[in-house]
Design a protein around this ligand. Structure first.
Ligand SMILES: Cc1cc2nc3c(=O)[nH]c(=O)nc-3n(C[C@H](O)[C@H](O)[C@H](O)COP(=O)(O)OP(=O)(O)OC[C@H]3O[C@@H](n4cnc5c(N)ncnc54)[C@H](O)[C@@H]3O)c2cc1C
Length: 307
């Protein structure tokens, strides 16, 4: 585009100037016997010659007369970044979006998302069922999910981009159904109380009520059921991923095609001057195993893991 623009400016410069000279010549032609007029003509002809040479040189210095698009540079990372996000799945692009959303002045944060596979062949985001539920046992998860439902309902207010098509994530409302035996009924009831406290629309059903609502269900061994009345269902996760990506890019996030191979230890080491981080990353495996062991012990005390 820039090249085309250059060319038209150059051409535009040349022709009016020559036309101007011709007009000058003809008007001077009325006094053609004058030596001064003759000299004056020579001067403009020299100037014209020089300009033609200059124009020729300039045209030769441009790559080609046809428009050739510049090679894509998406794989090249910017020279400097404040935040590098490894992985452009739904989480990566969502984080990028929210970072830009929260920056206190436009362009304050330079955020880069690095993705090794732009086709997302093996990314969880596109493999997922794309469902959302409110039925969790922890208030934090319920709150997050309630906000997610609000976000999806108003997705165009959050992720809409001017002059682009509106987003349709193809939401299909459909409640989750949790079934509990005698053993799990009290946990289900407990979860239900927390969900209602947090504002989730969930219904508890006896086996008879369950049978009435879903006649095809075998209720043998079912003591209690909980069913989501609102904000549960599924949508197209590919759409959501692209909506986050499109919006984040429109807000100035950079994308880069490549695989991040630098070790976390090196990254931390670089940041912390190679002191604290070395101590923390010396035996990462042992640290992880200990943590897992503690988690396993904690989980084994519960009949059902809290979600
Ligand atoms: C079968 C299945 C069903 C699911 N169903 C649901 C569901 O119904 N509801 C729900 O809420 N969740 C569901 N999930 C979970 C949900 O999909 C994930 O929690 C979510 O997609 C995770 O997003 P992510 O961006 O962290 O990971 P991903 O989508 O996997 O993205 C990670 C990206 O990082 C890239 N990457 C990794 N390492 C590097 C590197 N070193 N350099 C550059 N790029 C890198 C990968 O190529 C990948 O594209 C499901 C998951 C699966 C697998």
């Amino acid at each position: 585009m820039m090249l085309r623009w250059c060319r038209s400016v150059i051409n535009g410069l040349k022709f009016p100037l020559i036309a101007g000279i011709e007009r000058t010549q003809s008007s001077i032609g009325g006094f053609s016997t004058s030596a001064w007029a003759c000299k004056h003509n020579d001067f403009y002809q020299d100037l014209d010659q020089k300009f033609i040479q200059f124009h020729k040189k300039l045209m030769e210095s441009l790559p080609s007369s046809d428009w050739t698009p510049l090679p894509p540079t998406g794989h090249l990372p910017p020279e400097r970044a404040d935040i590098v996000i490894v992985g452009g799945g739904v989480m990566g692009w969502s984080i990028a979006y929210w970072l830009k959303q929260k920056e206190n002045r436009r362009g304050a944060l330079r955020v880069v998302v690095v993705e090794r596979d732009p086709t997302y062949t093996r990314a969880s985001t596109v493999l997922s069922a794309g469902s959302i539920r409110q039925q969790f046992s922890r208030p934090e998860n319920i709150q997050m999910s309630l906000f997610s439902a609000l976000f999806l309902r108003n997705i165009n207010e959050y992720l809409g981009v001017v002059n682009e098509d509106p987003i349709d994530i193809q939401f299909n409302p459909s409640g989750y159904l949790f079934l509990a035996s005698d053993q799990g009924a009290s946990a289900l009831e407990e979860n239900y109380s927390v969900q209602r406290e947090q504002g989730a629309q969930v219904l508890l059903m006896s086996p008879t009520q369950l049978k009435e609502k879903f006649p095809w269900i075998n209720t043998d061994g079912v003591a209690l059921a909980s069913y989501g009345l609102e904000n549960e269902g599924w949508f197209d996760p590919w759409m959501l991923l692209n909506a986050f990506k499109r919006k984040a890019l429109s807000m100035g996030v950079y994308q880069c095609h490549g695989e991040v191979t630098v070790k976390m230890a090196d990254m931390y080491s670089h940041r912390a001057g190679g002191k604290v981080s070395h101590a923390a990353t010396k035996q990462p495996r042992q640290h992880t195993t200990e943590k897992n062991h503690q988690n396993k012990q904690a989980n084994s005390k519960q009949t059902q893991p809290k979600t």
